[in-house]
Design a protein around this ligand. Structure first.
Ligand code: BDR
Ligand code: CA
Length: 328
């Protein structure tokens, strides 16, 4: 099975990504090598505690969890308790975990996992790129060691941001880190064109992954009321309230499980190669993903934007598949 590493900041939709990847791991379809936690939606202590609790609930208490970056690499960390709840798990009261975290820090786990599976590891980032940027410092050859990197981040092709008019949250938190990822893939591909461009899934795609209260009900029922599914439903209730408060309706956009699914189903992605950089300076545009679709910069592609899905039913069908996988 394909080895997979998740770097996340749970986070309510991150929790769905964790539950999905663990389900695929337990079914023997992938080998989840561990979870790296990055400070993001909430502080590092909470993202680590949440990742441990979700992995335990999902039935993978043995998988390593490593604490990564405690904030952005160049600027102070801005928390958003209104999005995922004060502790990042919405209304869920997660059990306190008794497991210990991996002694290695998150950047080290990235590098070790990549070196253990050279050319094989599929890495998924569903939070800010802060820990990945640190891992690239430790091991600049990381892009060459990975089979594929799939990032939830950005907003492409003129789609609006969810944090500023032009920026998506994961990139907005740590634009310098996201830009380092772009540069690292540019350098790696210049040295070795066989390195796969990093795959970026922006809001233009992920906002189509909608989770409804009805789906939570079906998950709990299909999972025969498991503790995991009940906690997920409690967490998601908060996410519905948040989306309603920003005028999206009583539903939730579940970006991260869609991206986790895409990491395991690369053939389902319709992609556009681009040269990607992140705006780190602009007064009005900091955190914007600036994709060169017409070769203005004269640089080879360092990124592939996932612009659509080739599956019938699109993102909603993927959410259905994710639900079924978690419920089983
Ligand atoms: C991203 O921001 C976070 O709040 C979500 O977990 C997702 O990773 C969407 O912009
Ligand atoms: Ca996230």
């Amino acid at each position: 099975p394909t080895p997979v590493l998740l770097d996340c900041d749970p986070g309510i939709d991150d929790a769905l990504a964790i539950a999905y990847l663990v389900a695929e791991h337990l079914a023997g379809r992938i080998e989840l090598t561990g979870a790296v936690c990055t400070a993001g939606n909430v502080g590092l202590e909470d993202t680590v505690a949440n990742a441990c609790a979700w992995l335990d609930l999902a039935g993978a208490p043995e998988l390593p969890v490593a604490a990564g970056a405690s904030g952005p690499i160049a600027v102070p960390h801005v928390l958003t308790p209104e999005t995922h709840g004060p502790r990042g798990a919405g209304h869920a009261q997660l059990p306190t975990t008794t497991r210990s975290t991996d002694p290695r820090d998150g950047a080290r786990l990235w590098v070790d996992a990549a070196r253990e599976h050279p050319g094989e590891l599929v890495a998924v980032v569903t939070g800010p790129s802060s820990t990945l940027a640190l891992a690239l410092e430790l091991e600049p050859a990381l892009p060459r060691l990975l089979r594929r990197l799939v990032v939830m981040g950005g907003s492409f092709r003129g789609h609006p941001g969810n944090t500023t008019p032009v920026s998506e949250w994961n990139v907005d938190v740590d634009p310098e880190a996201a830009d380092r990822v772009c540069l690292a893939w540019e350098v790696a591909r210049a040295d070795d064109p066989s390195v796969a461009p990093a795959r970026w899934c922006g809001l233009d795609l992920t906002e189509r992954a909608v989770w409804t209260p009805e789906r939570s009900g079906r998950l709990v029922e299909a999972a025969r009321g498991s503790t995991l599914s009940r906690h997920l439903a409690d967490a998601l209730r908060f996410y519905f309230e948040f989306h309603e408060s920003v005028g999206e309706g009583y539903l939730a956009q579940v970006h991260d499980p869609l991206v986790a699914w895409l990491a395991l189903h690369p053939e389902a992605a319709l992609t556009e190669p681009v040269h990607l950089r992140i705006e780190c300076a602009g007064e009005h545009t900091r955190g914007m993903t600036v994709e060169d679709r017409r070769g203005h910069r004269g640089r080879p592609a360092n990124a592939e934007l996932v612009v659509d899905l080739s599956v019938p039913g699109g993102a909603v069908a993927v959410v259905e598949e994710v639900t079924a996988s978690i419920a089983n």
